[in-house]
Design a protein around this ligand. Sequence first.
Ligand code: CUA
Length: 382
Amino acid sequence: MRRRLLLVVLAPILFLGACTDERQDVWSPEGEFTEKIDGIQWGVFAAAYAVGLLVAVAFVFIVIRYRVRKRKGPDGEEEEVERPDPVQVHGNFRLEIAWTVIPAAILAAVALFSVPAIFAIRGAQASDDQDFSVTVFGQQWWWAYEYNLDDDPEPEIITANDLVIPAGHDIELALESRDVVHSFWVPALAGTLDVVPGRTHDLLIEAAEPGVYDSQCKEYCGLAHAYMRARVVALSDSEFATWLDQQQEGWQEPDDPEALAGRDVFVSRCAQCHVINGLQDADGNEVELDVDAMPLLSKHAPNLTHLMSRGVFASGLLPLYDEDGNLNRPDLEQWLRNPSSLVPQRPDNEQGMPDLGLTEGEIDQLVAFLQTLGEPPPGAGG
Ligand code: CUA
């Protein structure tokens, strides 16, 4: 009995102990929209806790007070204490009015705070004076971002995993899915919204300060759902302007012979799925993507033109650089060698990164080539 009680006490503590990732903490808002949400969730949680506590205390009291009791009978045997049936209150008008009016009053009080916040957030969305808009695509199991900077329908920048935005600006995200339902969630910057195939859902985010904010897909979407992470990287205005310029540059042929050998491996093994803008093969022909021949259901793999400008790879799960700013070569090599050893992948190769059976020599050449793709973020790239 005592051991079971210990378990009951310890289980919630252990459970809460798992919630130590403060970068995905809903109680640490870092932008104007999450500030608004934070302002109401304290009141809502307080009301919910008060009601929950009241119910729990009443429950424990009733269980103890009205439990079946035993006593010693005149013949020395234990027998149950006789107890009359409780008063039957079914159909009691006053009680039914009370337990209808009290919850309605609590909900009305909650609405007093939450409805204005919802209108403020939706109002900012409808106002059309967002500073910037990005189309976000969820797919199994990573996020792609497309930046359309002019009037023609083709996006100028296509990137993945790291969603780069300017800090201090309202950014409108148009959320779309290329396969199943996902849910986009950056707890520090915005509420969460489902990403549904065939629909576009708009979500406003804003980061008050430059920084990196973690994101996790929040709707079960298959094998690697738990690994489907991402980051929002908020830059200062000038850093963001530089980033925009750099991202629009096409591929530059490297001088390093090993990187050039890696280019040839890339063209023959990786270019069926991955795009590098302006990539040319050894004969100087531009490498075109044959979408029909692509095994992937979503018909999209991360665009790698500026791979090195990102902080993460493999669904945003693995850092591209270590703490000293050096390339995370062991994980990058392992990702090329055996991706499913790091993130579960579909064995039929219809989604996710396939195992290409590359030799160690090819892996070294590919890493040398990948390292030439794009500018490393500030403080990295040793
Ligand atoms: Cu995407 Cu869960």
